[in-house]
Design a protein. Structure first.
Lengths: 117, 882
């Protein structure tokens, strides 16, 4: 794995999973992991295996639900989809994340100005 | 909400591990399958496809663990892991586990028992609603103990009307005696103990009837039809637990009496007012029947809500001196009153004893912990390699300490459970012991508080004996542990030192405990040696019932003479006599003064009076110092006769011969015919007060509640049928009561002291056993460790004697240090116990010497066994072993 990849911040994976399920509808673990990798342009350091801890956590919180089904290649697979509570949580978390990102951007740009002056 | 839901889901998944693991496996394998497919589709070779898939997935095992940690309760998993491991190791080391659990069970069990005693008698409020409002009212100075702390009927009623601070004032007839009623519904009358209580008695205490109701004011009138309240036990055992008993009538003293109610099971009159006594029935106090009988009532009151004891006391100080002794006879009673919190009155005098008991049992637990700490250290030393290996494999220090603490928690939990069992058995036994005169003892049980205390003890014990070995192990050098340089290495010595310190402190603790127990035991023996003024051995008493046909004093006299004549005709009986009160049971007091002398108000104390027949003094074994016994013809109604004790003689006729002087006794003249040695009246420990004896046959005194006392070498049980059949011949109404040895009264009086001595003694014995185990363990272990060294020394020419002496010297050094510290601590603590001692100094040299000797002997014994083993070491084998 190349050192230039981004480490995942605590809690960001959960948010990514929720967003992925919102856009893609019902999906199995591999599908979610691949989708995140694709969207992030292979820029984050994701061990695909870690997605399962995130999935069980979200499920226990009632933000996603799961059911067994059959995948394209006729194998038994667990499919996840987002719940109403999950959508609400996603809205809240997205707002929070954007606020944090904008604050970070502002703070960091200010400090570089200070250096110049 | 979300958190709660998540937690619930975690708990659920904790119980569905297998299912969830299987699900996860399916998901993972599906995941990898898809990844491989995708890679193959991209043109990878199958091996390359799998490799890439696994690479992208990351560590599979780690992903599993992460998922498990996220979904379940990881700390609980670890705990169960520790638990399983602990059970496995303890199973392997059964002897150790058994000893540890047993020691702990004894220590914790003793603590629970004592805690429930202390809790019941000292800490918990009395079993009544708003019990803190209840007060006991007794004369400020009582010269004749609790039973004559009484007031007249007029005074009581006057006080009831005038008090503003107390919402209720009530009382009971203090002059009752066991078996004063008979249940006559059956062929052979059964003795029943009843007590007269004022009609508001139960209302004041706040007791609710189990069935029926309590007394009404009408039932306390002189011509009211007789009614009775029965206790729960009486209802259950004598009235066959008849559910419709209320309103029915039972025959008491041949009078049909209506049962108006049944008291609740929890109400125990004896446990509050008369420790050790069992009351069966309650009857209303009929004011007008006993109004002129003098001071009869023992008072209890209830403060108004918000009122304080001090306010009540201030009011009592104003009111009591003005109360009438008798309105009709027109004299003031000269009363005083001190108000006590009822709880303090009941158990205040036991506070010190109970605290000492509590300390003793705390010491036991401390010794238990020290001992276990020692055992665990020895085990830890033996397991040091195992722990070194585990930490080399990556176990953190915290993890190992946690594992060790789990072990001690398991031991302590097992010990506590067993201890709880012991405690439940013991408290049940104590609660059903009628013969110990301790208040509230019947209420003792293991309740929620006691269970909480048990839990607390278990945790404290586990931590205190587990932490030291835990820290030692985890701090020991890993490398050294793995190499294990074996016996004689540095770490072994360090272990030894800690263990020696533990043993020394153990000996010191035991020394303190033994000194305390020794002092209490010596006091107890001193109490037993006291000259009581009568000789309980070979003397026995039985309650008498007189036929109702006896009307005149002459008939009574003839009957009594005939009765005594028949009893004395039994060859084994040396003498027989009748009294109304026995020593150390109930008592009552009248006044006595020298005729013609004047005394200040309140100068003369109440005098215990005994109404007796000829032969009684001899039968109970009292010593006539001067003069003669009462004779059958001492029945002059104008001038009776009286026998006084030495204390009365000294005060009323100082430096004079009291014989043939005339005294005023209860308002009548009486000639002093004898002087008797003082009798220890209320207890073996307090000197007797004023006592006098008058004739039961003289019409002006009159007998009631008579007891026949006989002196015989034959045991009371053997004699009982003979005596009962004689009594039954004379009076078919004689109830089937026991002929009980007088010694029983004395035993009852000293039972609290016996109880404490017994308990502290048991604790001390337990402590001694534990300490000797501790010494043995340490010495034996050090001998094992030094096998090689001893072998070399013997090879170089040391004799068996020298080796033995060496080991014993090591033992004695520890013992001496422990005893020294313990002795100093005992002296320092001696004032805690001094008020409990009787005729024994808190630094009694004999006791101290005996304890020191005992400890040295025990230490020698505990050291001798390993010493012998050491001296038997074969140098060749010892050297080869390394």
């Amino acid at each position: 794995m190349s050192p230039s990849k981004l480490d995942l911040l605590q809690g960001t994976l959960d948010l990514m999973v929720l967003q992925t399920l919102t856009t893609m509808g019902s999906q199995h673990g591999y599908g979610i992991a691949r989708r995140i990798e694709q969207v992030s342009g292979d820029e984050i350091l994701l061990n695909q295996g870690t997605i399962y801890a995130s999935l069980i956590r979200l499920q226990q919180r009632g933000w996603i639900s799961s059911e067994w089904g059959t995948s394209d290649n006729n194998r038994k697979a667990k499919f996840y989809c987002i719940t109403r509570a999950g959508r609400k949580q996603l809205v809240a978390d997205t707002a929070y994340w954007q606020r944090l990102a904008s604050v970070m951007t502002r703070v960091l740009s200010m400090s570089s100005e200070g250096d110049n002056g | 909400m979300t958190l709660l839901r998540q937690y619930f889901a975690r708990v659920c998944s904790f119980f569905h591990k297998q299912q969830q693991d299987a699900d996860l496996e399916t998901e993972v394998s599906h995941h990898l399958h898809l990844a491989v497919q995708e890679n193959i589709a991209r043109g990878f070779s199958p091996e390359e496809a799998l490799r890439t898939a696994l690479l992208r997935f990351g560590n599979v095992q780690q992903a599993r663990e992460q998922q498990r940690a996220a979904r379940g309760l990881p700390w609980l998993d670890v705990f169960f892991q520790d638990l399983r491991f602990t059970f496995r190791t303890l199973r392997r080391d059964r002897a150790f586990a058994l000893i540890a659990v047993l020691i702990l069970a004894l220590g914790i069990g003793a603590n629970i028992v004592v805690f429930s005693i202390v809790d019941t008698i000292l800490l918990r409020p009395l079993p009544f609603p708003a019990a803190e409002q209840l007060v006991r009212i007794a004369p400020k100075v009582s010269k004749c103990g609790a039973s004559c702390a009484t007031y007249s009927t007029d005074a009581t009623q006057e006080f009831q009307q005038r008090t503003k601070v107390l919402s209720d004032v009530t009382g009971y007839d203090a002059f009752t005696s066991p078996g004063n009623w008979k249940l006559t519904s059956r062929a052979i009358p059964m003795p029943v103990t009843g007590i007269d209580v004022m009609e508001n008695f139960f209302h004041t205490l706040g007791v609710q009837p189990f069935k029926g109701r309590f007394f009404t004011p009408d039932e306390a009138r002189i011509n009211a039809s007789p009614v009775v309240l029965v206790t729960y036990a009486f209802w259950k055992h004598q009235l066959a637990a008849d559910p419709n008993i209320v309103g029915q009538s039972i025959s008491l003293n041949n009078t049909p009496t209506t049962v108006v109610g049944v008291l609740p099971e929890t109400f125990d009159f004896g446990s509050i007012y008369a420790p050790g006594a069992k009351i069966d029935i309650f009857t209303p106090y009929i004011y007008d029947r006993v109004r002129e009988y003098g001071n009869m009532i023992s008072l209890t009151g209830r403060l108004r809500p918000g009122a304080t004891l001090a306010q009540a006391q201030a009011e009592a100080n104003l009111l009591f001196p003005g109360l009438d002794g008798s309105v009709k006879k027109g004299y003031k009673g000269g009363y005083t009153a001190k108000l006590y919190d009822l709880k303090d009155y009941v158990s205040g005098s036991l506070r010190r004893s109970l605290i000492v008991l509590w300390c003793a049992v705390g010491l036991i637990l401390l010794i238990v912990c020290v001992n276990l700490s020692n055992l665990l250290l020895a085990r830890a030393a033996a397991r040091s390699k195992e722990f070194a290996m585990r930490s080399a494999l990556g176990a953190s220090r915290g993890r190992i300490v946690r594992q060790l603490l789990t072990e001690s928690l398991i031991l302590s939990a097992a010990g506590s459970l067993l201890g709880l069992g012991i405690a439940i058995g013991t408290t049940y036994y104590l609660a059903h012991q009628g013969s110990i005169a301790l208040p509230l003892l019947s209420q003792i049980r293991i309740d929620r508080t006691a269970l909480g205390w048990t839990l607390l003890l278990a945790v404290i014990a586990a931590i205190s004996f587990g932490i030291l070995p835990g820290l030692r192990i985890s701090s020991s050098n890993l490398q050294e542990g793995l190499k294990d340089s074996g016996p004689g290495s540095g770490s072994g010595r360090k272990h030894d030192r800690i263990r020696s310190i533990l043993v020394v402190s153990e000996i010191a603790l035991v020394c303190v405990l033994l000194v305390g127990a020794g002092l209490l035991l010596r006091s107890f023996l001193r109490v037993l040696e006291v000259d009581l003024g009568f000789e309980p051995a070979h003397s026995a008493a039985i309650a008498l019932d007189y036929p109702s046909s006896l009307k005149t004093p002459e008939q009574f006299s003839a009957y009594v003479q005939e009765l005594l004549h028949r009893v004395k005709a039994v060859p084994e009986i040396e003498s027989a006599g009748i009294t109304d009160s026995l020593p150390m049971s109930r008592n009552r007091s009248w006044g006595i003064s020298a005729k013609g002398k004047s005394y200040r108000d309140g100068e003369l104390p109440g005098t215990f009076v005994y109404v007796i027949t000829p032969g009684y003094l001899k039968s109970i074994g009292m010593h006539l110092v001067k003069g003669r016994d009462i004779a059958w013809n001492d029945i002059d109604p104008k001038e009776g006769v009286v026998i006084i004790n030495e204390t009365v003689a000294r005060y009323l006729w100082p430096n004079e011969d009291p014989i043939d002087r005339i005294a005023r006794v209860g308002g009548a003249d009486a000639r002093v015919i004898g002087v008797i040695a003082d009798v220890r009246e209320s207890s073996a420990e307090a000197t007797g007060g004023w006592q006098m004896y008058v004739s039961a046959l003289a019409p002006q005194f009159g007998a009631s509640d008579s007891k026949l006392v006989v002196r015989s070498r034959i045991p009371a049980e053997t004699l009982q049928p003979t005596i009962l059949s004689i009594l039954r011949q004379l009076n078919p109404g004689q109830p089937a009561v026991d002929l009980s040895p007088i010694q029983r009264l004395v035993d009852h009086a000293v039972s609290p002291r016996r109880f404490f001595v017994y308990l502290v003694g048991v604790f001390a014995g337990l402590g001694l056993l534990l300490a000797s185990l501790g010494i043995y363990g340490v010495i034996s272990y050090s001998v094992t460790q030094r096998t090689q060294e001893i072998g070399i020394r013997m090879a170089l020419g040391a004799t068996q004697a020298i080796v033995q002496f060496d080991v014993i010297r090591q033992t004695l050094r520890m013992a001496a240090l422990g005893i020294l510290i313990g002795a100093f601590a005992s002296v320092a603590l001696s004032n805690l116990i001094s008020s409990l001692l009787f005729g024994t100094a808190p630094t009694d040299p004999a006791t101290f010497a005996a304890i020191v000797l005992l400890l040295v002997i025990i230490a020698l014994l505990a050291g001798y066994i390993p010493a012998r083993r050491a001296s038997r070491i074969d140098p060749m084998i010892a050297l080869r072993n390394s």
